[in-house]
Every structure is written in C-alpha cells, then in structure tokens.
Ligand binder design. Structure first.
Ligand SMILES: [Fe+2]
Length: 355
C-alpha cells in the first residue's frame, strides 16, 4: 500500500490558508477514515458488574429525588467513546434506571427508540400509548420512537431496569429531542394477550392489525419457555436463540437495534463469528463467560458487557448443571438497512454485493 502524504509534508502557510477557508486536505486523513480491511472502532470490550452498579444506583435514589431527575439513571458508558459521550457503542446507549416505591417517571415521548429489560423488583409498570405493561424480571418492554411512555411503581422495594436506546445514533444524526405530556389514561386489557401464541394473530372481521408496534411487552416467562422448547427439540450442540420480532410481520421489533434471548446449555461453549454490529450481553439467569481474543468477562446475573463489531466472540456457560439465559442487543437491523451487515466466518471481509 502506498504511503500517503502527511499534513506536515505541506507548507505551513498552505495549511493555514486552507484552514482559514474551512478546507481540509483529505489525503493525510484518508487511511484514518477508510482503513484497510477492518474499521476503526472506538467501542472497547467493557464489562459493567451489577454488584458495582446497584449500590451506587440506590445511593442516587437517596441523593436525587425523582422530580430532580425525571429519569434516575446511571449510564453504562464505554470508555472508548469517552464517558461524556454516554454511549456503549456507536449506536447503543445503556442505562440502569431506578424507580422507588410510589415514584412516577412522567409521560414523555422522543425520537430515539428505547426498550427496557427488567432487572430487579416487582410492582412497577410502564404505560405505552395507554397500554399498561407490568414489569417483571426479564420482561422486554418496547417504547419505540414517538410513542408516549411513563413509569409508575406500586411495590414496596426498588425496581431497576436496563434501558437500551439508539440515542447515540439519533444524537449523531441531530434528530434527538423529546416532548413532555400529561399522565396517560390506561386502556383496558393487556396487549400481550393478543399475541399469546406463536403462529396465530388477531384478525377481527378478517382484518390484520396495521399497528407498527402491535406488541409492546414480551414477557420473560414466554421467551424462556420458547428457549427451553427449542433446546429440547434440537441436537445438544445447536445454538439456542430467539429474536424479539413484530408478531404481525416477523420483522425486527424495532427499527434500529435488534433484541434477542439466548440460552447456553449446561457446560456449552458457543463460538460466534465476527459480525459487523457491536453486541451487548446481559445475563438474566445463570452465569456466562464472554470472551474475545483480547478480553474475557465472567458475567453473573444482571451483569452487562459490550463487545465491539467485527469481533469473534466465545460464549460459555461455566455451570455443568444449570442453563444460562442471556438478553442480547445489537445493531444488526441498522446494519442491514445500511447494507453494511457482515458475518466474517473465515475472518475475511464479507461485504455483500448490493443488488
Ligand atoms: Fe423515555
């Protein structure tokens, strides 16, 4: 590969003349923005232990009333992006949110898409466009772009959940903003019951739902049962994974980020090829080791880690008696829409031809 000219190769007065006119020579920076083979990634493999987060989050509850926080969150910030950027990866934001008994996080809506993965506690709910979604450990609740949502809590212990948003992307695109609203009226019934069984959808008078987000709450009990059923029906070494989808269309549940649940059988090791999206792993039950060539993390329940894109990863369950269940978030819907989604099975670039 040719060595390209450097900025210091140019006369100082020439560079100054360019800068004064808001001009920049490309060639000294070309390899930086278009590196060979593998993209430059700010995202670093990072592990956030729940045992570290929890006491500091509870302390936040003592230090800052909900009225002064609106959303009481400690952001899981990737140091590779600098902590001030508050992002886990290029497109993903992670926050651990605390709601204390009797508190209410007021209704708002915003351009970024969000989901909640419930980590701890009982008695809280999220109301999305009037649909009251109970929050139980492991439940996934969607609050997609533009939908009103608020959180309340009738229990007697703290409730904590993991927020996953595409906020860094929305902010980068300069489309990130929010609107505040009045407390929502609650609709009757539970939306999740409309999609209680796979393979059948409601068709009143033969019509299909036209809602972009027909299902807002994905109970953990259902996802867990699906994983166990899949595991019982597959050879011992087969990966056991499900993806949260729109039950009307089969498409990803949200537009930008993908959400999945994965089961590791007792003692199982799963080798995942390098893929273009960054990936977040969060342990719902059991334990898991998440390892790349460079780093390895031992995760216990409620721990979270982030792995940059283009990085082969090995997942293993250290228990020989108990399965492990992981919630997985990634940037795959975004990469597919952009036409840059890659799986590097042999480690080589596999950018698909665009047809
Ligand atoms: Fe929100």
């Amino acid at each position: 590969m040719n060595d390209l000219g450097k900025l210091e190769d140019l006369p100082g007065d020439y560079v100054a003349a360019l800068r004064a006119r808001n001009l920049v020579p490309l060639w000294p920076s070309l390899r930086g923005v278009l590196p060979p083979q593998v993209p430059t990634r700010q995202t670093q493999p990072t592990h956030w232990a729940y045992a570290d987060i929890r006491p500091l989050l509870i302390q936040a509850g003592e230090l800052t009333p909900i009225e002064k926080a609106e959303r009481r969150v400690l952001v899981l910030a990737n140091p590779g992006h600098t902590l001030e950027k508050m992002q886990a990866s290029a497109a993903m934001y992670l926050g651990m949110q605390l709601l204390l008994p009797g508190e209410w996080a007021p209704s708002h809506r915003h351009t970024p898409n969000a989901v909640r993965m419930v980590v701890e506690g009982e008695g809280a709910w999220t109301t999305v466009e009037g649909e009251k979604c109970p929050m139980e450990r492991g439940d996934l609740i969607l609050t997609p772009t533009g939908l009103w949502h608020e959180h309340g809590h009738n229990g007697d212990q703290p409730v904590i959940w993991l927020d996953v948003l595409d906020l860094p992307l929305a902010y980068y695109l300069e489309v990130s903003y929010h609107l505040n609203g009045a407390r929502q009226d609650t609709l009757p019934g539970e939306g999740v019951r409309n999609y209680a069984r796979a393979g059948v959808v409601p068709t009143p008078v033969f019509g299909r739902s036209g809602r972009r987000y027909p299902m807002l709450r994905y109970p953990w009990a259902d996802a867990r049962a699906a994983l166990l059923s899949l595991a019982a029906n597959q050879p011992d070494l087969a990966p056991v994974q499900v993806t949260y989808v729109n039950p009307e269309t089969g498409e990803d549940a949200e537009n930008i980020l993908g959400f999945h649940a994965l089961m590791l059988r007792p003692g199982q090791t799963l080798t995942l090829p390098a893929r273009s999206p960054a990936v977040v792993y969060h342990v719902i039950e059991g334990a898991a080791r998440v390892a790349t060539e460079a780093r390895g993390f031992d995760l216990v329940p409620a721990d979270t880690c982030c792995i940059p894109g283009y990085t082969a990863t090995t997942l293993s369950n250290p228990s020989t008696t108990e399965p492990a269940f992981l919630f997985v978030a990634d940037e795959s819907p975004l990469h597919r829409k952009l036409g840059v989604y890659e799986v590097r099975t042999d480690g080589q670039p596999a950018l698909p031809a665009q047809t």
